[in-house]
Ligand binder design. Structure first.
Ligand code: BES
Ligand code: MN
Ligand code: ZN
Length: 495
């Protein structure tokens, strides 16, 4: 689908589908007023008669408006004018776009809606990402595909040329973010019999083929043995799939500049290992590589946008299986850092592979390191599906990430990393244990990681609640988060 912005009035495009907003109570946006006038008060009449109330997410398609040149208008209710939130706006655009998949072309005037103090450019970026969300489907494995959407062109209407430059940039950024998110969704949704550690490595190689700004190196198990990555290899040893450490470099500037490192948990399937998960809890665990996918998606978005910044991606990719060769509770692993770890649960595997990946990051002398991981079920209990947990050893970094989340409509929420919590991961036999009991499970997991991130500024994003609907049976779907937050953070660093 072709997406563009155009300075345009409704009467200039009578043949395409016009998408216009109406507030609860019947107040018309400028584009709606135009159509109302041309149709001799049809919209006003529909509102008076109570056919259309303007309630949030209420949609009413109108065809061949009599006495006017308009052929197709989609009325979109957006509720009480002053109550339209950033997330509400995005959902509204997704719903409206889904409703016009049968129209070949649409001009969207939802840029006219008031969203707090958000700028026109902000709305353009959100609409770009929302349109891509609305069109997304994953039917690679369905014998009967849904027919492809008829919608071939989506025009975002601007009232005038005033903010055109900012809007053009917003469109570009939105398209890059959307491309990154689509990759993340596709990788997340691909089942683990196909999306293996080697498959992720191939995907990274493909990025390097597609973009000259990206290079890739894949470390094999023998390389990791040389590096003494005992924690990562411990997790992988029960699987028939070979572990990979996928290292990417995105060079967006020739300036001597320390890179930002992104580290993504790449557990292509998490059975729990010998601490086996109950059957119901295992459904959704193909998404346990969404951190890894986010690293690949963000690098794709960076390359699309040609953002002038240097970023490295490090992806520890493994499969967590039970069995006779698998690691066991009470095993003691020696990590690459030299610190020893007593395994209490083989289901707390994410932190083990991340530990070695974080140590490996030191060689890049990074400006900051951000890891992204579907790390704990506890974060879903704490924050539900709406916020990514942000934990960090450097407050300015976590503030920047929270701010970027707010700006990009992909929000995070902070959790403390106080030393008091470190007590919980003591072990009588090793330097630490890999679990800290049920209280504050998200924090103790981050405390564990912090012990491998002492040499740089570091933040941890626990995305178990936001990267995908990882539980339930029929509404599972990857979201593409937190690519928007990370991209906003990186964009903000370049301006
Ligand atoms: N991949 C899971 C975390 C998870 C759980 C993500 C549910 C999404 C939904 C992780 O590896 C895990 O199993 N964590 C354990 C940690 C526990 C053993 C300390 C958990 O959260 O139960
Ligand atoms: Mn696990
Ligand atoms: Zn896991």
């Amino acid at each position: 689908m072709k997406l563009s912005i155009q300075i345009i009035q409704p009467e200039k495009q009578p043949k395409t589908c016009l998408v216009v907003g109406i507030a609860e109570g019947g107040e018309l946006t400028p584009a709606a007023k135009e159509i109302d006038k041309a149709s001799h008060g049809l919209l006003t009449k529909l509102i008076k008669q109570g056919v259309f109330e303007g309630k949030m997410n209420q949609l009413l398609p109108l065809y061949h408006l009599e006495g006017t040149p308009y052929e197709h208008v989609l009325l979109v209710g957006y509720g009480k004018k002053e109550k339209l939130s950033a997330t509400g706006f995005r959902k509204l655009v997704v719903n409206a776009t889904k409703a016009l998949l049968k129209a070949p072309q649409a001009v969207c005037f939802l840029t006219e809606l008031p969203v707090g103090d958000k700028s026109l450019a902000w709305k353009v970026k959100q609409m770009t990402e929302a349109a891509s969300d609305a069109l997304y489907r994953f039917d690679l494995f369905k014998s009967e595909k849904e027919p492809a959407p008829a919608l071939k062109e989506f025009i975002i209407a601007l009232p005038d040329a005033q903010e055109e430059k900012a809007c053009r940039q917003a469109l570009q950024q939105g398209q890059a973010v959307a491309a990154g998110m689509t990759l993340v969704k596709n990788l997340g949704n691909t089942p683990s019999n196909i999306c293996t550690p080697s498959f992720l490595a191939d995907q990274a190689q493909q990025l390097a083929k597609d973009y000259s700004s990206v290079t890739v190196e894949v470390l094999e198990e023998k390389d990791m043995q040389k590096l003494k990555m005992g924690a990562l290899l411990g997790v992988s040893q029960g699987s028939a799939e070979d572990a990979k450490l996928i290292c990417l470099e995105y060079k967006g500037t020739t300036k001597q500049q320390a890179p930002i490192a992104l580290v993504g948990k790449g557990v292509t399937f998490d059975t729990g290992g010998n601490s086996l998960k109950p059957a119901d809890a295992m459904v959704g665990m193909k998404y346990d590589m969404c951190g890894a996918a986010t690293v690949l998606g963000t690098i794709k978005a960076l390359a699309e946008l040609k953002l002038p910044i240097n970023v490295v991606g490090v992806i520890p990719a493994v499969e967590n299986m039970p069995g006779g060769t698998a690691y066991k509770p009470e095993d003691i692993l020696t990590s690459m850092s030299g610190q020893t770890i007593e395994v209490i649960s083989t289901d707390a595997e994410g932190r083990l592979i991340l530990a070695d990946a974080l140590t490996y990051c030191e060689r890049y002398k990074p400006e900051v390191v951000i890891d992204i991981a579907t790390l704990t079920g506890a974060v879903v209990i704490a924050l539900g599906f709406h916020a990514t947990a942000v934990l960090s050893n450097h407050e300015p970094l976590s503030n920047d990430l929270l701010q970027a989340g707010e700006e990009s409509n992909d929000r995070g929420w902070p959790m403390p990393l106080w030393e008091e919590y470190q007590e919980q991961i003591k072990s009588p036999f090793a330097d630490m244990a890999n679990v800290g009991g049920r209280p504050a499970g998200t924090i103790t997991a981050a405390c564990f990681l912090s012990r491998f991130a002492k040499k740089y500024h570091w933040a941890h994003l626990d995305v178990a609640g936001t990267a995908a609907m990882m539980s339930g049976t029929n509404d599972r779907m990857a979201t593409g988060r937190p690519v928007p937050m990370l991209m906003q953070y990186l964009i903000n660093r370049t301006t």
